[in-house]
Design a protein around this ligand. Sequence first.
Ligand code: AVI
Length: 322
Amino acid sequence: PRTAHATPALLDLRPTPDDLRSDVIAGLSASPKTLSSKYFYDERGSQLFEAITRQPEYDLTRTEIALLQQAMPSIRAAVGAEAHVVELGSGSARKTQLLLDGLDAPVAYTPVEISREMLLDATARLAEAFPDVQMLPVCADFTRPVPVPRAWMPAARTLLFFPGSTLGNFDEAQSVELLRAMCETMGEGGMALLGLDLVKDVADMEAAYNDAAGVTAEFTLNLLARLNRELGADFDLDGFVHRARWSAANSRIETSIVSRRAQLVRIDGRVFVFDAGEPIHVEISHKYTDDYFDAIAARAGLRVTRRWNAPADRFGLRLLER
Ligand code: AVI
C-alpha cells in the first residue's frame, strides 16, 4: 500500500535569485521605461493578487474553476490513468485539487516553483489531501525545461498543468520559448493542460484590470512600494497612477504605472527623470484566439488536441500534445 508523504523530498535545482536591483536599474534606464511583472509577487503582492481573484470584475479565476469542474470527466478520459501531474508555479490549491481529484489514479504531483517557501507550503497542503499521490516538488525556474523526478509508481505519462492564463503574461517570443521548454519537460507521450483567457468584449476585459475597489491599482503600485522597501528607492506613491488598457493591435491588456507629474526618483544614488504622463510598462495580459494560440503552439512543436470553453467563450482550457 502507498503511504502518506508528509515531508516530501525536494529536488532543489537552486534557481539563481532574480537580481531585482540590476533589473530595475536597467528597466528604468530604458526607453520606454519597463519593469517586469514577475516582481509583483512579493508577499503583499501575492495577497493582493488573491484579492483580485475575488473582485466581481476579474472573473477569470472563477470562470476557469467552473470550467475545470465541468470539463473534468472529459479531461479525465483524454489524459487516461496514472499520470504524473507537473504544475508550473505552485498554483491555486483549488484548481490543483480539482485536477488531482478528477483524474484517474494520478501517481505523482510535482509543483515547480522558484520560491522555496511557496513550494513547500503548497506541497504540504496537498500531501494531506492526497495521501495516494506521491509529492515530488521541484524548486526551479519553470521557464526552462524541468527534469521530472521519477515516481515510485511508474507513470503512464506526464501531464503539465499551467492554468490561470499565466502564459498571457509572457510576450510572444517568451511564450514560444516557454512552450518549447514544456514540450521538452513533458517528454514522449506527454500532454499539457493550459488555461487561457480568451478575447471578449473590450469593456469587460478592461474592467477586469480596473476593478472599482481599486485592488488591481494597489497590486500594480505595490511594485513601487516594494522598490522603496527593498532597494531604498524614493518613489512618491501618490505621484503615480495605475493604467490598464486594451491594445487591439497586440490582443492584450497593457498595464503601466504613469507618472502624474514631472519628477525625479532616486535609487542607489542614481536619479531617474520622469516626465508628466510618462509610463513605466509593467505587465501584459494576452487574450487568445484559437488561430493565434494554435500558431504559437505549432512553433513550439505542439498540437492542440482538445478544447473546452466556458459559456460565451469567456475562458478556455486547451490540451496540448507533441
Ligand atoms: C497571473 N496573471 C495571469 C494575472 C493576469 O490576469 O494577467 C495577473 C493580474 N494582473 C492584474 N490582474 C491580474
